[in-house]
Design a protein around this ligand. Structure first.
Ligand SMILES: C[S@@+](CC[C@H](N)C(=O)[O-])C[C@H]1O[C@@H](n2cnc3c(N)ncnc32)[C@H](O)[C@@H]1O
Length: 252
């Protein structure tokens, strides 16, 4: 088993590559609905290039985005300028960064919490979320629902050309995926082999798995009560086969 340190390589969060294929919006109505219901300022942790931040701001939400990857933030700022949207983007680590103010809604979308590997670090994130929540505020996030079947099947073979798209300059990108599961660290050790134009490079994308009862317990022991838990963005209740775990929490 590969015992190298867990993490995500910088090139996974290259803004061109990221925006090249992360164009889905199935989570937008859910977060927009929460943001409207919050009736106040909203903080998105791990905002990336603003895939959700921009449309939320465009819908009139007073939103701040935080991320620790400068290139992703630069892209988000540029897109906001071009769209003439006023959004505060802040660079920082969601485990520790203090914005010195409180929000009615704090959310962490698109599996981003799965880039946090140890229990201590997850607890740091939860503590920092609590620090930024105003009384009666809501905390929402989504992660995958780990599937043993998916893990077994994914380990069997490299998925060739799992993702394909074109960069703005016309170059073709194709990504092969190799998958190993580290049971001790509950982490999917994903390697993406990028073929970009004539070049090939491999990047590490480690995704910590959160098992459902573990996550319920972590939230409870870190001062949150779970108000809603959905299994998909069409708001089906969470069940065994659900692809996602989607939480809406309040501070206890
Ligand atoms: C999967 S992307 C999500 C981006 C965007 N929210 C979206 O939905 O498209 C994950 C983002 O989380 C950021 N990130 C991961 N861990 C972080 C941390 N501890 N603090 C701040 N940002 C973090 C990465 O830089 C990356 O931009």
């Amino acid at each position: 088993m590969n015992s190298s340190p867990l993490g995500v390589d910088r090139r996974i969060y290259d803004a061109d590559l990221y925006d090249g294929f992360n164009r889905f919006t199935d989570d937008l109505p859910f977060y927009l609905c929460l943001a409207r219901a919050a009736r106040g300022s909203v903080l998105e942790l791990c905002c990336g290039t603003g895939r959700l931040t921009l449309p939320l701001a465009g819908a009139g939400v007073d939103i701040t985005g935080l991320d620790f990857t400068s290139s992703m933030l630069e892209r988000a700022r540029r897109k906001a300028r071009e769209a003439r949207l006023r959004i505060r983007f802040v660079r920082g680590d969601m485990k520790a960064k203090s914005l010195g103010r409180k929000f009615r809604l704090v959310f962490i979308p698109f599996n981003s919490l799965q880039n946090t590997y140890s229990v201590e670090d997850v607890e740091r994130v939860f503590r920092n979320v609590r620090r930024h929540l105003s009384p009666g505020g809501r905390f929402a996030f989504d992660v995958f629902n780990p599937s043993v079947r998916y893990i077994v099947e994914s380990e069997r073979k490299v998925q060739k050309a799992k993702i394909r798209f074109r960069l703005p300059d016309g170059r073709k990108v194709s990504i092969d995926e190799r998958f190993r599961y580290d049971a001790a660290r509950q982490t999917a050790r994903v390697t993406w082999v990028h073929h970009v134009g004539g070049k090939t490079f491999a990047s590490r994308l480690d995704m910590r798995c959160f098992y459902p009862l573990e996550l319920d317990a972590l939230l409870r022991h870190n001062g949150f009560s779970v108000l809603r838990k959905y299994g998909s963005f069409d708001l089906k209740p969470f069940r065994s086969e659900s692809p996602k775990q989607i939480f809406v929490c309040a501070q206890r």
